[in-house]
Write a protein that binds this ligand. Sequence first.
Ligand SMILES: *Cc1c(COP(=O)(O)O)cnc(C)c1O
Length: 397
Amino acid sequence: MSGAASGILQACMDCLPAGGAALHEPTFGGREREYLRECIDTGWVSSLGAFVNRFERDLERLTGAAHAIAVVNGTAALHLCVELAGVETGDEVLLPTLTFVATANAVSYCNAVPHFVDCDATTLGVDAVKLEQYLEHSADLRRDGCYNRATGRRIRALIVMHTFGNPAELDALVTLCRRFNLTLIEDAAEALGATYRGRPVGNHGLLSALSFNGNKIVTTGGGGALLTNDLALARRARHLSTTARLNTASGFEHDEVGYNYRLPNLNAALGCAQLEQFSDLLERKRALAERYRAAFVIVKEASFFSPVAHAGSNHWLNTCLLAQDDAGHRDEILKALNRHGIQARPAWTLMHHLPMYCDCPRMDLAVAESLERRIVNLPSSAHLMPAGGLQPERHLV
Ligand SMILES: *Cc1c(COP(=O)(O)O)cnc(C)c1O
């Protein structure tokens, strides 16, 4: 076994239970069963019900966003974000190549073209400085927006993604969007509870998307939410996600092509129970990250990823970054970990390497390409740490 594989394996074994751990499992430690039973007993299982409203108000309190609209999954939330941002057929939308495929798909659903941008290694998010330099020489600012000089298409929006729960450099990205007349959308699917300069993410652009898939920091089984501070956009999001139905006697009047995207009450019930435990989940995940950080200090072939000081991670998915010289050992490392029951995985295949997106416009993507070779995600479930805070001896280190 290479030094990299044995060092990383040892560090993980020091942090995890004997026998290993899954990459990310949900933690059901609260009133989940009680709330689900309530849905069944009252018959309110579908897309109307008290838990949907309560879940939305809970999300507004947690994120500081004025409006949360709960939908069937994070992808649907992203789709609505892109449509509501005014993205039209033939527009381009900037987004990181290092992301889950849903970010790019949401753009395609609007008949728009993803335009891939690079990341920086300190945040794993969009590199604002590199993107600004790129736009300076490849985009034209006209009266009605920003245009790609090479394709002639309008560049309408930028989607930033908070990778593994680590906030992107939002101040610089907000400034860049103002300068180039781009609408900022946050794909905060992985980042509920993460903060940027003390303020929750999902609250910095015009629109944001959250996900509550089974592997996310809290789950509704499947689910998502759109966040915005704009009342008119919130109303439109609600309208579009309920088949654009008008409030008439028949209930069968619709004024545009809408979607059946509302979150069922059954799923929202699970979400309400999960959010009651949210601060405890965050604390346990933070403690697990601390444990990894301490164990990786002596591993010279890899570093445990830590965000910059003003970016508060929710520690959704713990990440180690292989040293440049050890990138070639990635697959061997993954195999060694998995053989010991430690479910580890590489980063997503970059968007510009996927067949449906390989011809899309893009800037130089060297950092994302390097990160793709060097990222190893490690088991991160909250239940790997005890409930109710840290063990005292861990608190001291
Ligand atoms: C999970 C995820 C989504 C999509 O969420 P679903 O609820 O699975 O549809 C979108 N973007 C990113 C970055 C994600 O991690």
